[in-house]
Ligand binder design. Structure first.
Ligand code: CTP
Length: 406
């Protein structure tokens, strides 16, 4: 945390007194803390407490600060992280709705820094559908929520809604600040899931891909600062904090990628695109009394090979799901499809590949294998693949991009 700037928002709830402890822990860890108190917060704790601990003025007003005519943009730009402790139900509603009617909400709209909320409220409020919906909206936008604990609440009540332990809140803030931002500004297009090729109006030819690997890649790239677009066949996944396009067939996936290819820097084809599709799918539903249908197949377009042939500045990453001769076959695919990197996995073992949460892979480029993983989670494998991508973009070791200082 040394030298990093944390805007610490404090809202009006009894847990505001614990924000004092959070402030102290952040400064002890070397962070520069800029406290922002809502009007409600000042009913519970004083700005002076935070000013004294942070050695920075605690701000409370959007207007009328003679030293700082536009404090929200200044704070928003200086922040490496905005942390709100406690986040009350009313604050979450205003933030989710995009209000900018006090210094804290205006700062949150004016920042590109990651945001962490630590909610605290009575159990009935915490479980209210309106609060759940607001937090779901915020989580989908990439906000991290440190879930409250079960315990004693104001007025002697017991239940869920008690502010998470200050040490845990500071721990989460530290993890986010330590996270790599080495793909800041890189435009990454990721595909996920298996395509569905219609046989008739209700049936399709599909495969066992769950989309988990592609979704993990999209999330990891987003967390590292990339501008991500996900093209997935899984309408049931998400919500994701980046634009998502849901497609069905290989042809639809091809069209979605073609539209976005010129404006992409990296394309990761984790989707299991069907290699064959029914040549003439029936328009209606095939009836049993018509007899057993003869389904004639034709090849689908090889999307990745087409992108390989058309690529200019783009870095192309493909997958190779193999059951034997894994490395040699993957290397052949790399050449045939003009890829920069291929992720080869042996899908013959039950713990790797389709449907499961783990994978084992060999990464190859034109010089041969560059990395071989043991059995890892798909999130971990996503990180290993993106390390290779970052290295090829000349961004390895770039742990953070300095933010604009004003
Ligand atoms: N792929 C694609 N379009 C297709 C088929 C595959 O873009 N019609 C992509 C996949 O997303 C994957 C890579 O190509 O990134 C490898 O796919 P795979 O099916 O393993 O290889 P194929 O080249 O189709 O060869 P084969 O099935 O014979 O192993």
């Amino acid at each position: 945390m040394q030298g990093r700037t944390v805007v610490l928002g404090v809202c009006g709830g009894i847990a505001a007194y614990k924000a004092v402890e959070v402030c102290r822990r952040l400064t002890d860890a070397g962070a520069r803390v800029l406290p922002v108190l809502t009007r409600g917060a000042t009913r519970f704790v004083t700005p002076l407490t935070f000013s004294a601990l942070a050695a920075e003025p605690a701000r409370t007003r959007l207007f009328d600060d003679p030293d700082d005519p536009i404090p929200h943009t200044r704070l928003g730009r200086r922040a490496d992280l905005v942390l709100v402790v406690p986040a009350t139900a009313g604050f979450c509603a205003r933030y989710a709705a995009g209000f900018a009617d006090d210094l804290l909400t205006a700062t949150l709209l004016a920042t590109r820094a990651p945001v962490v909320l630590a909610p605290a409220m009575h159990t009935e409020m915490w479980e209210h559908p309106a609060v759940r919906a607001n937090l779901a909206v915020l989580a989908a936008r990439g906000v991290t929520v440190v879930e409250p604990e079960v315990g004693r609440l104001a007025g002697g009540d017991e239940g869920a809604g008690r502010l998470a332990d200050p040490a845990r809140i500071v721990g989460v803030a530290g993890e986010i600040l330590a996270a790599r931002r080495d793909l800041e500004g890189v435009r990454v297009l990721v595909t996920a899931g298996g395509t569905r090729e219609p046989i008739d109006a209700v049936r399709y030819l599909g495969n066992r891909s769950s989309g988990k690997m592609g979704h993990a890649l999209a999330r990891a790239a987003h967390d590292r600062g990339a501008t991500v677009t996900l093209v997935t066949t899984r309408a049931d996944a998400g919500p994701f904090p980046f634009p998502t396009v849901v497609v069905g067939t290989a042809e639809e996936m091809r069209a979605a990628l073609r539209r976005r290819f010129a404006d992409s820097d990296v394309v990761v084809m984790a989707a299991a695109v069907a290699d064959f599709r029914p040549k003439a799918p029936a328009e209606g539903k095939w009836k049993k009394e018509d007899g057993v249908p003869e389904v004639v197949l034709e090849p689908t377009p090889d999307i990745l090979a087409e992108l390989g042939a058309a690529k200019e500045h783009q870095l192309l990453v493909g997958f190779a799901a193999e059951t034997e001769d894994v490395v040699a076959r993957a290397a052949a695919k790399l050449v045939r499809k003009r890829l920069d990197l291929v992720v080869a996995n042996d899908v013959s073992t039950p713990d790797a590949g389709f449907e499961v949460d783990t994978n084992r892979a060999v990464l190859l480029d034109s010089g041969g294998p560059v990395s071989e993983t043991p059995l890892v989670t798909k999130a971990e494998l996503a990180g290993i693949i993106l390390d290779q991508v970052a290295a090829r973009l000349g961004r390895a070791g770039r742990d953070e991009t300095p933010r604009e200082q004003t």
